[in-house]
Write a protein of this length. Structure first.
Lengths: 360, 262
């Protein structure tokens, strides 16, 4: 789009109202609540909590979409979405987490045939309650044929959730006003697990910026860390998880990944060298599903992402941090049948990570 | 502007206008949402609206000068009959939407449909019967009843996903479900000096639309226009309320127009 036509469209947007396509959010607002159609009984006083984080790529499976430059697909049929959700649900049922933190879950998007994936997964697993915070919402995105979108972060749990909040994260400053208007507006989603513990357990979920070149990703990770710190200092138990879109400190390979085939600078996320220390505060202050020492022994066993369906996981982007006690040796990266019981490569461009936590 | 405000404006204008009449033939200076046509030989050029030409005293041709090059179309309005305070006529429009659909099937900005879409060859035929009544001093009230159909080559959902962009959505709906009945009520008249108002409400009934089912769209327009002898400048708003695959949504956009009488 030329500068003049972009300016004209911006002027039109300004005249048409502040938010003609309903893309905006408040700084802090309530999250959307969900409940499974049929509740499954859960242990009343569990001694441990099995936690899993999973970026499910809006149930896109291994379809080659336009944005990761391996293909040109934009929209899926309902049959495709349901087939992918069936695969994801099978994996979730196999792990059987008490708490599942999801990224890139669509609830009403044209690209995923308007299937409400939060509700679908609640209805097809033993999870009972959910909260959702959109990170990309628009009545219509007039670009690439995307159309209507509502995609974001979710927390699903066997136990009730309360105090759910969507906290807005800073927006990118390296985009034009028009791009920013229709672009993702990321968030930190928080909720309390309703369990009979002496102090509340708060779940903090996020999905940090991937492509910004202006420090937005760093700001997102810092805000996520601050939220964990704030609640931890208040005496709360915290479980923070998500796709942080950055590598652990000390990663052997930090740039030039073989699956990065995008030439458009807007979609290149291939060089992590300038952010190699970004997660140090999290690793220093919290226990991790995969401790840094274990990761450094063999990076490859804990990789969680690749965009290449014909390749294999080649970097770690997904994390669980907590101030609860981790059950020794329970942290797991579910890469394939050998490491998690089922192959996860066909299900998403991310592998799930899980850990078992001791409850106080 | 909320739909209820526009509806209230219609009501006020309607009741204030009832009781007075004026010979309709005196009101045929500017084209509009009514059964009257431009006098023979008169032309009107619209910058962001249809341009029209009075082919005969009863036949008016119209096309949008900018839109024509991406969405070839032509419109004809026939003024069938009139009395002292009433007139009726009909309007027909023929369009070839395939080029436009190809244009918006693109990567990046302006991509309303995926670039992999393969829009079929299609024609869009629209017809309306129009009745107009002179209600007050140069006040016109009109009602339209019409149907849009779109014969086309067969296509799959991958070849042409639903075009659900606001305002375009009900206009392209016949491509997906065959036909769309529609109805309009429109009012216009002078307010004071050269300032005129134009207000209209249009409903579309979309039967068994893909991904949605049977649903409707409502559009409302409110425009203020200052008319000089041969130039008219207008400002207004267009509002749309419709059920999309994502649910009901309300949208509005500002409108600016310039018309010149030749």
């Amino acid at each position: 789009m030329s500068q003049s036509s972009a300016a004209a469209l911006l002027a039109w947007l300004a005249i048409a109202g502040c938010d003609p396509f309903h893309t905006g959010f408040d700084d802090v607002e309530g999250a959307q609540s969900y409940r499974a159609r049929t509740l499954t009984a859960a242990d009343d006083s569990p001694a441990t909590l099995l936690v899993m984080t999973y970026n499910i790529k809006f149930a896109g499976g291994r379809i080659d979409f336009f944005f990761d430059c391996h293909g040109d697909r934009v929209l899926m049929s309902k049959v495709e979405v349901t087939a992918h959700l069936n695969g994801l649900a099978e994996k979730i049922r196999q792990v059987n987490p008490d708490l599942l933190i999801l990224q890139e879950v669509d609830v009403n998007s044209k690209r995923s045939a308007h299937v409400d994936q939060m509700q679908w997964l609640l209805d097809h697993t033993d999870l009972n309650y959910g909260v959702y915070a959109s990170q990309w919402k628009a009545d219509f995105v007039p670009s690439d044929g995307i159309g209507a979108i509502d995609s974001g972060n979710g927390i699903l749990s066997k136990y009730p959730l309360s105090h759910a909040e969507r906290i807005a994260l800073p927006l990118r400053s390296d985009q034009s006003g028009l791009e920013r208007y229709f672009y993702l507006k990321r968030n930190v989603l928080t909720a309390r697990l309703v369990l009979a513990t002496p102090e509340p357990i708060t779940v903090v979920a996020t999905h940090s910026e991937a492509y910004a070149k202006d420090g937005t990703k760093q700001a997102h990770v810092e805000r996520f860390t601050r939220e964990l710190d704030r609640r931890s200092e208040q005496g709360q138990w915290v479980i923070g998880a998500g796709d942080l879109n950055t590598l652990p400190p000390g990663s052997e390979k930090q740039f030039d990944f073989p699956d990065s085939v995008c030439t458009d600078e807007d979609f290149v996320a291939d060089d992590y060298r300038s952010e190699s220390e970004l997660l140090v505060p999290l690793y220093e202050r919290y226990r991790s599903a995969i401790e840094l020492g274990e990761y450094k022994e063999d990076n490859t066993r804990h990789f969680t992402h690749t965009t290449d369906k014909n390749g294999f996981w080649n970097r770690k982007l997904d994390y669980i941090f907590t101030n609860l006690k981790v059950v020794d040796g329970s942290g797991q990266t579910h890469q394939d049948a050998a490491s998690g019981g089922l192959s996860t490569m066909p299900l998403s461009d991310h592998a799930p990570v899980s850990v078992e936590l001791e409850l106080p | 502007m909320k739909p209820c405000c526009i509806k209230a404006a219609f009501a006020v204008l309607l009741f204030s206008a009832v009781g007075y009449g004026q010979p309709l033939k005196e009101l045929r200076q500017w084209s509009g949402e009514h059964a009257l046509t431009l006098p023979r030989g008169e032309s009107e050029i619209g910058l962001f609206s249809q341009s029209r030409h009075g082919l005969t005293d009863r036949v008016e041709l119209g096309l949008h000068p900018l839109l024509f090059f991406v969405l070839p179309h032509a419109e004809i309005k026939v003024h069938a009959e009139h009395g002292w305070r009433w007139a009726w006529g009909c309007r027909a429009r023929l369009a070839y939407p395939t080029w436009f659909l190809k244009l918006v099937s693109r990567e990046g900005s302006g991509g309303l449909l995926p670039k992999t879409s393969r829009p079929p060859h299609a024609l869009q035929l629209e017809g309306d019967v129009i009745g107009t009544l002179s209600l007050g001093k140069r006040q016109l009230a009109s009602a339209f009843l019409g149907l849009a159909v779109a014969p086309h080559q067969s296509f799959t959902a991958d070849e042409l996903p639903l075009l659900d962009f606001p305002f375009l959505y009900p206009r392209f709906a016949p491509l997906y479900n065959g036909f769309v009945p529609r109805s309009t009520v429109a009012f216009e008249g002078p307010l004071f000096s050269g300032l005129h108002y134009m207000a209209s409400a249009r409903g579309y009934l979309m039967l068994e639309l893909v991904d949605v089912g049977t649903t409707y769209a409502l559009e409302q327009a409110l425009t203020l226009e200052y008319r000089f002898e041969r130039l008219a400048v207008s400002l207004g708003t267009r509002a749309s309320e419709a059920e999309y695959p994502v649910g009901f949504r309300f949208h509005y956009l500002p409108y600016f127009g310039v018309r010149v009488r030749l």
